[in-house]
Write a protein that binds this ligand. Structure first.
Ligand SMILES: NC(=O)c1ccc[n+]([C@@H]2O[C@H](COP(=O)([O-])OP(=O)(O)OC[C@H]3O[C@@H](n4cnc5c(N)ncnc54)[C@H](OP(=O)(O)O)[C@@H]3O)[C@@H](O)[C@H]2O)c1
Length: 299
């Protein structure tokens, strides 16, 4: 278990952001975005669990989920292929008696037309719930992929929303075709200040289909922090209530109108609080987003 300083403990307990992410907008409400197909509001920053969500660091993970929920967040994205993550999340959410406060999103690895009901039952059981908020087909690659199985699971009340995911550029065409034809409730894609290919076709297709967008890899698996290691946060970051690079990167993403929520991955509670602070205060308009990208990538 990581030992927290007194200051960190106080901040975690009080739900305040920690340095370097002391939120400039801590008193502002959390930004929520509507899921277009239902109008339900979703907090604009959630939690990704692809890395680090294993048994070894259970106490830190409990603190991460507590921090997410204490700050008003709810979205937790996971998958059967993320080691023990589903099981760990299921245990922690049950122990914190927090199911009603969480929006649990997971994935089917099998892409059968039937929707693989048995695999979905496995997710329900590991996540210790009777209904998933969102079930997504993981890494679609066939433009003809049917969502019949997912739609059946939704009709049976086992899931609330359907979705597909991809983080592979070579599969963007397939994802676009599925979004246009099947109109899933959600699309999960990679998008970051230095990785903007989805702006061309996928994000507009999602907007047209009324498909909510979850943003995976908002920090490029952490590479973005290394890219800016020698750069100070620019003065204009304060214009959008940014006090850390994580907030800067996330606010860039949230400034795109197609985006419903970003799901940064972390197993560090202080980082969770920092990330959530991006969902408070001002967001950049198109002009400022261009300036932000120019500052980080030079183009
Ligand atoms: N095809 C798919 O469906 C697909 C593919 C990839 C990812 N995903 C989803 O997207 C989520 C996000 O992607 P990811 O976790 O791979 O990468 P990411 O969110 O781009 O980056 C995670 C990295 O950023 C660091 N980090 C997080 N918050 C930070 C902060 N405030 N300050 C400094 N460092 C910070 C984390 O380290 P610490 O742990 O130390 O905070 C970790 O090293 C995944 O967890 C998963 O749920 C989906």
């Amino acid at each position: 278990m990581r030992n927290f300083s007194r200051r960190e403990s106080l901040a975690l307990g009080a739900g305040l952001a920690l340095t370097p992410g002391l939120a400039l907008a801590a008193d502002k409400p959390l930004i929520r975005r509507p899921i277009p197909h239902s109008g339900e509001m979703l907090p604009a920053v959630g939690l990704g669990t692809a890395n680090g969500f294993d048994e070894n660091a259970r106490s830190d993970l409990e603190s991460v989920i507590r921090a997410l929920l204490n700050q008003g967040g709810s979205v937790i994205d996971t998958a059967p292929s993320y080691g023990n993550a589903e099981q760990v999340i299921g245990d922690i959410v049950a122990a914190q008696n927090a199911r009603a406060k969480t929006f649990l999103a997971t994935k089917l690895e099998g892409l059968e037309v039937s929707g693989n009901a048995a695999e979905a039952q496995g997710c329900l059981s590991r996540l210790k719930t009777t209904r998933l908020d969102l079930l997504q087909l993981h890494n679609v690659r066939d433009p003809g992929q049917s969502l019949k199985g997912l739609n059946d699971l939704k009709a049976r009340g086992l899931i609330r929303y359907t979705g597909i995911t991809t983080t592979y550029e070579r599969a963007y065409g397939a994802a676009e075709a599925i979004v246009k034809r099947e109109k899933p409730d959600f699309l999960e894609v990679d998008y970051a200040i230095d990785n903007r290919m989805v702006e061309n076709r996928l994000l507009p297709a999602a907007q047209d289909a009324g498909t909510a967008v979850l943003v995976a890899l908002p920090f490029g698996r952490g590479n973005l922090f290394r890219e800016v290691q020698k750069k100070p946060l620019p003065d204009f970051a304060a214009e959008i209530d940014c006090s850390s690079w994580a907030q800067f990167f996330l606010k860039f993403i949230l400034g795109h109108p197609a985006v419903t929520a970003a799901i940064p991955g972390t197993s560090n509670p202080a980082h969770m609080i920092d990330d959530l602070a991006a969902a408070r205060g001002a967001l950049p308009d198109a002009r400022l987003r261009a300036r932000m990208a120019q500052y980080v990538t030079g183009s």
